[in-house]
Design a protein around this ligand. Structure first.
Ligand SMILES: Cc1ncc(COP(=O)(O)O)c(C=O)c1O
Length: 374
């Protein structure tokens, strides 16, 4: 049996007529960039996430870049984030001329540990501390970071928060959705994400109208009025075709997330007795299982075994950001963030998607069990 990590063909099949109608609506209109379609999506995603305003952009990476740029983060600034995430989180900081300052993660949720943020702030040299401008918590694998603790720290140290929500559309912390806590929430619509387009895309959400206005200027070459450029901006716009697709998928999202939680529950029950650590869901959180990520000693052996049996399983992420070749100049080394390093050595993500049939779920469970000889 062949089981991919994600089956986007099956997803398309389940909503084909609605998607095709939406695509034709845009084709007939011949408005392809931004447009009414994007404005409607911005409003609908903001409503869904409990934010007041949204601005569609070209990718999740751009969402991070434009959000931080609109908050005034730039050359010589420092931004605190997690070393255990996809590279775009810190890349966006670096591209603005700022420097990532990493704080290690919690060993069970894999999200940035607020205690490590405090330690970092307290031990930072006074020259560095005065230039730390923001915290970028990543809601990794689809579960929110500890936003109460992070918000408290941000208030105490006068820092902005830009939530990296790329993996967490629909995730909840204490009844509030990801993207509604910080100065901004940055989301990715990359096809594999909880809400995925048919290409690249992203959105920035906020409660602050003036901030979103600024983002909307930045995404069209720093221009408020056509051909008048207030500042150097970007070409980072969301396409109408993507917006039309996303508007259809947004209506399905809650039922998809619910189905993923049912699958995750089956996995949890089957794997725990094997000595595998299933994803820890913090009591304040509703997880979205962008990834279903287990931790175990013999990670590489299990991954190879599953792959041989036709089951895709992958490591997100094998090399923490502080050990990336491009960050040699930041002065970190092996041992700088031991919890992230251990996670990178032992995590493994298994297929979890709404269209996964019962027989495939059973096959995955039985195959994992057979690896452990049970
Ligand atoms: C945590 C995280 N941040 C940022 C991004 C960047 O999003 P995109 O690929 O849409 O640029 C991703 C997506 O891959 C991600 O997983």
């Amino acid at each position: 049996m062949d089981i991919p990590l994600l089956d986007l063909k099956a997803q398309y099949k389940s909503i084909k007529n609605k998607i095709d109608d939406a695509l034709m609506r845009v084709v007939e209109s011949q408005y392809f960039v931004l447009s009414q379609e994007v404005e409607s999506l911005e409003k609908e995603v903001a409503d869904y996430c409990g934010a007041l305003y949204g601005a569609g952009v070209a990718s999740g990476t751009d969402a991070l870049i434009l959000a931080m740029r609109a908050l005034g983060i730039g050359e010589g600034d420092f931004v605190i984030t997690s070393p255990f995430t996809f590279f775009a989180t810190s890349e966006s900081i670096s591209l603005l001329g700022a420097r990532p300052l990493f704080a290690d993660i919690d060993a069970e949720t894999y999200n940035i540990d607020p205690n490590k943020i405090i330690k970092l702030l307290q031990s930072a040299d006074i020259n560095v501390r005065s230039r730390i401008k923001a915290i970028v918590p990543v809601h990794l694998y689809g579960q929110c970071a500890d936003m109460d603790a992070i918000t408290e720290i941000a208030e105490q140290f006068h820092l902005k928060i830009v939530e990296d929500c790329a993996q967490a559309m629909g995730a909840m912390y204490k009844g509030k959705k990801a993207g509604s806590f910080g100065s901004a929430g940055a989301f990715s619509f990359f096809p594999s994400k909880n809400l995925g387009a048919f290409g690249d895309g992203g959105i920035i959400l906020s409660q602050d109208e003036a901030f979103i206005r600024k983002v909307k200027e930045l995404r069209v070459h720093g221009s408020r009025e056509m051909y008048i450029h207030e500042e150097i901006g970007y070409n980072s716009r969301l396409d109408s075709l993507q917006a039309a697709i996303l508007r259809v998928k947004l209506l399905e999202l809650d039922s998809w997330l619910e189905r993923k939680r049912v699958i995750a529950d089956k996995y949890d029950k089957a794997f725990t007795p094997l000595g595998i650590l299933p994803p820890k869901v913090d009591e304040n959180n509703v997880h979205t299982y962008h990834q279903y990520t287990i931790r175990l000693e013999d990670r590489d052996e299990l991954m190879q075994y599953l792959n041989r049996k036709g089951i895709s399983a992958r490591v997100y992420y094998p090399v923490p950001l502080h050990l990336q070749p491009c960050y040699k100049n930041l002065g970190y080394s092996i041992g700088s963030f031991p919890i992230s390093e251990t996670a990178a050595e032992h995590v493994l993500s298994l297929p979890v998607y709404p269209e996964l049939s019962e027989d495939k779920i059973d096959y995955i469970i039985q195959t994992v069990k057979s690896f452990f000889g049970s």
